[in-house]
Design a protein around this ligand. Structure first.
Ligand code: TXA
Ligand code: MG
Length: 342
């Protein structure tokens, strides 16, 4: 059930539901989250069940303020404090050492915990009210079925998880892709998942470089190096992720043009094309969408565009590869994974 324009009373009710061990879907500036009381292992189990996600994949715990970080995390290194002060509230998740015994199920029973203060005003208000009821953190993965496209609107959550769920409508998520994840638990900052916040902007604030570990994991991949051997599990790093129903082909501009020009129309073929280059195509066979030229705008519409192609019933989505530039890292990461799903 979608609550339109939730009032403070609605948010209080939502927080009470969380306190009672129920699930609530809520908006953040990145994507919608499927929330549970982070310290209620039973409620967190329901999140894993609802998503169909393996329960050793840890969830991000959303908190209301920096002070609360110490409730969940310990031995917070100075560089992590710098990142918190500069970028929270915002689209940055920090992986920190976990306070022993806290939020066992949320953390997937790992020794670390992912924390973030979102900047969406409705999320912040919900977190603040929940905290006043004794819910110190809301564990929330993206509110989609495991491996599928993340929801950036309340209706997407219904499409993914059905009607039975309490969903707070806070409008379209304005960033559109998930938060940047920095692992701060291994002595140096390590980028695990790129988002809208660029590595450069983080490095500028830290005055140190950030290692990257965006390995193309498959679920049964074993980690060859010592660093990787203790690397936490991050389901967003699985190579096949963020997948629409249609098969996604990621093609550079030339390959896309060639494919289009040599294409022999098949009966009943219907193909989505998302490209920054303007194209005039036969609308019986092709559904063309213009790809925004700025990375930020492209991220905003990325998941809803994939969803719209699915809804239109295309069998394949041909996507022009965006530039390999630092500001496109988050978008390119999601596109690569979407195209590896089938
Ligand atoms: O923008 C976002 O981060 C959204 C909104 C709802 O906040 N959430 C999100 O959650 O993307 P999810 O579960 O779809 O992705 C969270 C990622 C997963 O890949 C998970 O494995 C990783 O964060 N993660 C969470 N806790 C972790 C930990 N202790 N160690 C390593 N990775 C962790
Ligand atoms: Mg997700």
């Amino acid at each position: 059930m979608i609550i339109e324009h939730p009032s403070r009373a609605d948010l209080l009710q939502a927080a009470q539901s969380l306190k009672a061990g129920k699930l609530v879907a809520f908006p953040t500036e990145t994507v919608y989250g499927l929330g549970a009381d982070a310290e209620n292992d039973h409620a967190v189990e329901l999140v894993f069940e609802k998503k169909g996600r393996p329960n050793d994949h840890p969830l991000i715990v959303h908190i209301a303020d920096m002070h609360t970080a110490e409730h969940f995390a310990c031995n917070i290194p100075p560089f992590a404090n710098v990142l918190m002060k500069q970028f929270w509230p915002g689209a940055l998740t920090l992986i920190l050492q976990r306070q022993p015994g806290i939020a066992n199920a949320s953390s997937g029973h790992q020794s670390t915990i992912g924390l973030r203060i979102p900047s969406h005003p409705m999320a912040l208000e919900l977190l603040e009210i929940a905290k006043s009821l004794g819910v110190f953190g809301i564990a929330a993965p993206s509110a989609n079925r495991f491996g599928r496209v993340s929801p950036t609107q309340a209706v997407h959550v219904v499409e993914e998880l059905g009607e039975g769920l309490l969903i707070l409508n806070g409008g379209a998520s304005h960033i559109g892709i998930e938060s940047t994840i920095i692992d701060c638990s291994r002595g140096q900052p390590i980028l695990l998942r790129p988002g809208q916040l660029s590595t450069e902007s983080l490095e500028q604030v830290l005055h140190q470089s950030i290692a990257q570990e965006l390995i193309d994991e498959t679920p049964d991949n074993s980690s060859p190096t010592a660093l990787k051997a203790i690397a936490p599990k991050v389901s967003g790093r699985l190579l096949a992720h963020y997948a629409p129903q249609a098969k996604v082909l990621l093609l550079d501009c030339q390959a896309l043009e060639q494919r289009l020009s040599s294409y022999m129309p098949q009966p009943k073929a219907f193909i989505g094309v998302w490209s920054a280059s303007p194209l005039v195509l036969d609308s019986k066979t092709f559904l063309y969408q213009a790809m925004p030229k700025r990375a930020e705008v492209c991220a905003q519409v990325l998941f809803s565009t994939l969803r719209a192609f699915d809804k239109a019933g295309v069998q394949e989505i041909w996507i022009e590869q965006p530039p390999f530039a630092p500001d496109w890292l988050g978008v390119n990461d999601r596109l690569k994974r979407a195209s590896h799903a089938q």
